[in-house]
Write a protein that binds this ligand. Structure first.
Ligand code: OOG
Ligand code: NI
Length: 460
C-alpha cells in the first residue's frame, strides 16, 4: 500500500480504541487502576497456565488480549443510530446481533458493532454495545414529546466527522492523515459533558420516568459509559478489586467458573458520581462505571439452548439479590445447574455444543496423500489436525440486563411489556444485523476447508 492509499479499517479501529482508552483513563481514574490489575492478573494467569498460553499463542490471540476491550453507548434517535453505523463502518465494525432489553425492564434495544472476519478480529477485536432508547415505552405523552424535541435538536457528531465519513464512503477509505483526523473527530462524540442540556426540573421528570431516559436525553452526546478490558481470570480480578479500592457487584454474570470457559463472564462496579451542571444548578448523575469480562468458547445454537436452559434453571431456584446477600447461594445454584454442561474440549466439539477453529499440526506438514482415507476424528486422533475453541465475540442479554441494572441503581427496573422489535431496529439502523451463529459457523467451516485443501482433500 502506498503512503497515500487508503488506511486499513483495522488500523483505524486500533487507533480509535487506543484513543478511547486514553480518554477514558483520564476521565475515570478507576479505569486506570482496573487496567493495571487486569494486566497483572493476565500475566500471572499465563505463567501459571502454560496450556492456555500455548493455545492463545497458537491461535494468534495472545497479542490481542491485552489490547482487547469493549465499550457501550446509548443513543436517542434513529438518525443517531444510522450515522453511528456509518461511523463504525469506517473502522471495519459491523452490527451483529439484536438484543431486546425490555424484558429486563430497560427501555432499549441494542446491537454490537464489531469486526467480523478472522483477520480483523485478530488485529483488533474492539466492539461497542450500542443501544437505542425506546421512547415509545414512556407513558407520559408530554414528557415523551419534550424528550423527542431535545433529542432531535442535539448534534452528536462534529461536522468534520460527518464530512470524513462521507468522504470514506465515496472514496472507499481514508488516507493516513484523514484517518488520524477522523479518530480525533469521532472521539468527540463519546466524550463526557458535565453541562447538561436540561434544567434540574426536567432532569428530575426524565429521571422519574426511567434513569436511563435521563441518562440519554439530558446530555449533549452518548458518552461512553464503560470500557471493559478482557481478563484471563475474572475470579482473581473480582477477588483483588477491593484491595485496590474498587468494590464490584456481588455476582459475576454469565456461566459459572469452569475448566473450559464458555461464552462470556462479566462483572462491574460503580465508578463515579459525576458533578453536573443543570442549567447552572449544581447536581449529580451517575453515568459511567467499570466492567471486566472473561471470554470463552462461542457456542452453537444447540450449546446456546443448553446454556439458556441451565441459566434459567439456576435463576428460578435463586434469583441474585441486588444487595448481594444471597450471592453464595446463587453461585452454588449456578454450579449445580451447569454440572449438566460438558466441561471438556473434546466433548464440547463432539457433541456439537461449541465452535472450533481447525488447524494442521507440525506433524501434518510432512504428510502427503497418506491421510486421504482419514476423516476429521481420525485426523485429530492421529495428531494431524487440532481443534481450538473459537472465542465468543458477542454479548448475552441476561448478563447485559444485570450490568444495566447494577449501574442504573437497583430501583431502576420497571415492568415493560417484553416487546422485541427487530424490524424497527433494523429500519432505524438502516441495515440488517448479522447473525452471530452464521459468522462462527463460517469461521469453523473455512478453517476446516483450508486444512483439507492443504492436505489435498477436497471433502471429508
Ligand atoms: C450496556 C450494558 C451491556 C455488556 O457488557 O453486557 C454491556 C449499557 O449499560 O449501556 O455493556
Ligand atoms: Ni459491557
Amino acid at each position: 500500500m502506498t503512503k497515500t492509499g487508503p488506511v486499513s479499517p483495522d488500523r483505524i479501529r486500533a487507533a480509535f480504541s487506543a484513543a478511547m482508552s486514553a480518554m477514558y483513563r483520564e476521565e475515570v481514574p478507576a479505569y486506570g487502576t482496573l487496567m493495571s490489575l487486569v494486566a497483572d492478573v493476565n500475566q500471572e494467569t499465563l505463567q501459571r497456565d502454560p496450556i492456555l498460553e500455548g493455545r492463545l499463542r497458537w491461535t494468534g490471540e495472545l497479542s490481542r488480549v491485552s489490547e482487547e476491550r469493549h465499550g457501550a453507548i446509548r443513543l436517542g434517535t434513529p438518525a443517531e443510530l444510522s450515522t453511528m453505523r456509518r461511523l463504525f463502518a469506517v473502522m471495519g465494525m459491523e452490527p451483529v446481533g439484536y438484543y431486546d432489553l425490555t424484558e429486563a425492564g430497560v427501555p432499549v434495544h441494542s446491537t454490537a458493532f464489531r469486526p467480523v472476519s478472522e483477520d480483523a478480529l485478530r488485529r483488533n477485536p474492539f466492539r461497542v454495545f450500542t443501544s437505542l432508547l425506546r421512547l415509545d415505552l414512556i407513558d407520559d405523552p408530554d414528557l415523551r414529546q419534550e424528550a423527542e424535541g431535545l433529542l432531535k435538536a442535539r448534534r452528536i457528531f462534529t461536522d468534520r466527522c460527518i464530512a470524513l465519513i462521507e468522504h470514506a464512503e465515496a472514496r472507499g477509505g481514508l488516507t493516513e492523515e484523514e484517518a488520524a483526523e477522523f479518530v480525533t473527530e469521532a472521539l468527540e462524540t463519546f466524550r463526557w459533558h458535565s453541562d447538561a442540556l436540561v434544567g434540574p426540573d426536567l432532569y428530575q421528570r426524565l429521571h422519574d420516568a426511567h434513569r436511563l431516559v435521563a441518562d440519554v436525553v439530558s446530555f449533549r452526546g452518548p458518552h461512553i459509559n464503560h470500557l471493559t478490558p478482557r481478563t484471563l481470570d475474572i475470579d482473581a480480578v473480582q477477588d483483588q478489586m477491593p484491595r485496590r479500592g474498587i468494590s464490584p457487584k456481588a455476582v459475576v454474570e454469565g456461566p459459572p467458573r469452569r475448566k473450559c470457559p464458555i461464552l462470556l463472564r462479566q462483572t462491574s462496579f460503580k465508578a463515579l458520581d459525576e458533578a453536573v451542571s443543570f442549567d447552572g444548578h449544581k447536581g449529580q448523575h451517575t453515568a459511567r462505571f467499570g466492567e471486566i469480562e472473561a471470554r470463552g468458547q462461542a457456542l452453537t445454537p444447540k450449546g446456546r439452548a443448553l446454556y439458556d436452559r441451565l441459566l434459567t434453571q439456576a435463576r428460578d431456584r435463586v434469583r441474585p439479590k441486588p444487595d448481594g446477600s444471597n450471592a453464595a447461594d446463587y453461585v452454588a445454584a449456578l454450579q449445580e445447574s451447569f454440572a449438566a454442561f460438558p466441561d471438556d474440549h473434546e466433548q464440547l466439539r463432539q457433541q456439537g455444543l461449541g465452535y472450533v477453529e481447525f488447524s494442521l499440526t507440525e506433524k501434518a506438514k510432512s504428510l502427503g496423500s497418506s491421510v486421504i482415507d482419514m476423516d476429521v476424528e481420525a485426523l485429530i486422533a492421529a495428531g494431524y489436525l487440532r481443534a481450538d475453541p473459537i472465542t465468543y465475540e458477542d454479548f448475552l442479554p441476561v448478563s447485559a440486563a444485570g450490568i444495566f441494572q447494577s449501574n442504573l441503581g437497583d430501583e431502576a427496573a420497571q415492568d415493560f411489556q417484553a416487546s422485541p422489535n427487530r424490524d424497527r431496529f433494523e429500519a432505524d439502523l438502516g441495515a440488517k444485523v448479522q447473525d452471530e451463529f452464521e459468522l462462527y459457523q463460517s469461521l469453523q467451516d473455512d478453517s476446516l476447508s483450508r486444512c483439507l485443501s492443504t492436505l489435498g482433500k477436497s471433502d471429508i
